[in-house]
Design a protein around this ligand. Structure first.
Ligand SMILES: *Cc1c(COP(=O)(O)O)cnc(C)c1O
Length: 227
């Protein structure tokens, strides 16, 4: 898997370059390798090249991969739409969930998280462009949802996540990410401190890093196109 090894090196360089442009240190931006619909061999290649954080969108596929990497030091992030009937296996197997947009889901995850694993890290997904039919909590409902999540014992609210509408212009790409950063600042002003902005993918990570992303979720640039 020479492709994955080289891609990973190139992406790390690009992330460090973007961080420097934003006057941030390279370790301020974590690379989340999005491995959905990619074969396990590519994941092994990335692990061998030092990658630790991986993101999956589909519960069954993610569980199979978690199973195949039990003996390795991997941090698993769930980044897909989470149905209520799948919360238990996610709470029992993943380290992070980026896509919480309802209190009911958060409550179930907290109840179902085995205490022996320590608290589950969560991000609240924001429908930052207020798109019809899109996952994510609407901006006005964020403060209440965040406050309720902070009170759940087996979760730790790490921050906010978004998946904005596609934009091609760099200056336009920055806007939803800037908005997410402001929302986190508003929460902080209200007494809810978080450390994570999960934003930016292959096509827009540079704009996200300029706006303060602490986790960029990159699939295609690292693993190639999905089937
Ligand atoms: C698929 C996916 C990504 C990665 O997208 P690429 O364009 O392949 O980098 C990131 N975040 C989420 C939520 C995804 O579903």
């Amino acid at each position: 898997m020479i492709g994955v090894t080289e891609n990973l090196r190139d992406i790390r360089d690009l992330l460090a370059f973007s961080a420097a442009e934003a006057e941030r240190t390279p370790d301020a931006v974590k690379l989340l390798a999005v491995s959905k619909k990619q074969p396990i061999e590519k994941i092994f290649a990335a692990i061998d090249a030092g990658q630790q954080d991986f993101g999956e969108n589909f519960v069954q596929e993610g569980l199979a991969k978690i199973d195949q990497t039990r003996d390795k030091d991997v941090v698993w992030h769930f980044i897909g739409h989470l149905q209520n009937n799948k919360t238990r296996v996610v709470a029992e197997n993943f380290d992070w969930v980026h896509t919480i947009d309802r209190l009911k889901t958060a409550r179930r995850l907290s109840q179902q998280r085995p205490e022996s694993l320590g608290p589950l890290n969560i991000c609240l997904q924001i429908n930052v462009d207020d798109e019809d039919g899109k996952s994510g909590v609407v901006i006005d409902a964020l403060p209440e949802l965040a406050a309720a999540c902070v009170d759940l014992p087996n979760l730790v609210l790490r921050g906010l996540m978004c998946l904005p509408a596609v934009r091609t212009e760099f200056s336009e790409q920055r806007k939803p990410f800037s908005k997410l950063r402001e929302l986190a600042q508003d929460l902080r002003a209200g007494g809810i401190d978080t450390d994570t902005l999960s934003m930016g993918m292959t096509a827009d990570y540079r704009a996200a890093i300029i706006e303060g992303a602490t986790i960029v979720r990159i699939g295609t640039a690292l693993f190639g196109r999905r089937d």
